[in-house]
Design a protein around this ligand. Structure first.
Ligand code: NZQ
Ligand code: ZN
Length: 394
């Protein structure tokens, strides 16, 4: 077991109607003026934004708003947000939406509190010294950004999607009402479920001697999301299923499922970010489309762990050897993806990737040959190319 720190400063306010407490939560932060940040309109159409405005008015908190965040949130809107917040003397950001909105809010928060171009952080040229305080009203269970230390932004120039990690951006509070996720299209619900599972699977596939406790939490978390994802495909208004998935989403990415480990593999996330940057796919769907290819490529580096996953998470019967058991587990996960309408390869994701694009993906993911990704097996540019290629599906 590795030494570890577990730091989760976010106050979680969970349950039916909790969004009506948002104004009071913002006021408790002692802010002068808040920016309410949101996406492409779902919160306008389903009335959530109006309820947040009313709650802010009731609490007597001054605010302005900025919508228009798109999935795979763009750097240009981050710049716009920073300019607006400076002009309006904003000192708190309230994100009303999913991972994209929360990440856009985090990036604006970084831009407000650090010198120079905020994109430098995402390129690893500087480290943040602070971030404006922020809170979240979550409307989709998926990215886990409501409790995480991560922020993922896409720069339109060159279509680069990059992640910056620091504790400064962890939200002060997260309001989580599972009912708010009932208006999600089935595809987004399913994509979110895959992302939640993957945040724990990335950590599960590691090189550590694992803690029984952490493994147990992880295995239960993944199984719980699978079970409830299936329920939600048939009963999108099932409150308990929405609640199970929502809480799993936060626990899966707040560090709990990596306690005592080396932090996990994360190659699939790195490889998916390039798919998101270049092809604008939904993040969870992109992860589903490459996971099987990645798993088969690296499995011989830790067959016993893949076999453990197959038995304890996927419930497959052990075969004659670990490798065979592992392969059954991978197939079983791909079957699960398809059962909730998720792709198990790039073709099913709707992409016809050319040879040139395969090379571009590998170039970008390897930072043009200057880094490796993954820990189960360290992947170089050539490996990345092969995993993308094996994922083509035709
Ligand atoms: O923009 P609107 O109109 O709101 O529509 C959104 C969007 O189209 C819609 N939606 C959200 N809540 C809804 C709803 N539609 C109907 N009813 C609701 N209640 O769902 C679509 C997807 O939203 P988005 O915020 O993009 O989803 P998600 O939470 O999956 O976030 C994805 C982004 O987060 C990043 C991903 O890379 C991607 O850019 N990630 C962030 C992480 C982090 N900060 O910790 C970790 C993750 O690994 C991930 O990389
Ligand atoms: Zn993710």
């Amino acid at each position: 077991m590795e030494n570890f720190q577990y730091y989760t400063p976010t106050r979680v306010v969970f349950g039916k109607g909790t969004e009506d407490r948002t104004g009071e939560l913002v006021r408790q932060q002692g802010c002068r003026k808040a920016l309410i940040h949101y996406g492409g309109g779902s919160v306008v159409r389903n009335g959530v934004l109006d309820r947040i405005y009313r709650s802010m008015d009731a609490a007597g908190v001054d605010y302005i708003s900025l919508g228009g965040v798109v999935p795979n949130p763009r750097l240009s809107l981050v710049y716009e947000g920073i300019e607006l917040c400076r002009k309006e003397n904003v000192d708190f950001i309230l994100a009303v939406g999913g991972g994209s909105v929360i990440d856009s809010a985090k990036a604006i928060g970084y831009g407000m509190t650090n010198e120079g171009d905020v994109w430098d952080l995402f390129e690893g040229k500087r480290q943040a010294q602070a971030c404006l305080p922020l809170g979240a009203v979550l409307t989709i269970s998926a990215a886990g950004s409501e409790m995480s230390d991560s922020c993922v932004i896409t720069r339109e120039e060159g279509w680069l999607k990059r992640c910056y990690i620091s504790d400064f951006c962890r939200p002060k509070f997260a309001v989580m009402d599972p009912e708010l996720t009932m208006t999600l299209p089935a595809y987004q619900t399913a994509s979110g479920c895959v992302d939640i599972m993957m945040h724990t699977m990335e950590r599960y596939f590691n090189r550590s001697d694992n803690m029984e406790m952490t493994d147990g939490i992880s295995e239960t978390l993944i199984r719980t999301v699978m079970k409830n994802a299936k329920i939600l495909m048939k009963e999108p208004d099932n409150y308990d299923a929405r609640a199970e998935v929502m809480w799993a989403g936060s626990l899966s990415h707040n560090g709990l499922t990596e306690c005592g480990t080396d932090g996990g593999d994360w190659a699939c996330h790195q490889m998916e970010h390039e798919l998101g940057g270049m092809f604008d796919v939904a993040h969870g769907a992109g992860l589903a489309a490459i996971w099987g290819s990645w798993a088969r490529y690296v499995l011989d580096s830790r067959p016993e762990r893949f076999a453990e996953f197959a038995v304890k998470v996927m419930g497959v019967e052990p075969a004659a050897d670990d490798r065979e058991t592992a392969l059954r587990g991978i197939e079983s996960m791909e079957d699960f993806y398809r059962s909730i309408g998720m792709p198990a390869d790039l073709h099913e994701l709707g992409l016809e990737v050319t040879e040139e694009q395969l090379r571009e993906l590998a170039d970008k993911c390897s930072y043009f040959g200057s880094r490796t990704v993954g820990i189960v097996r360290s992947l170089e540019k050539g490996d990345m190319y092969q995993i993308y290629k094996n994922a083509l599906g035709y």
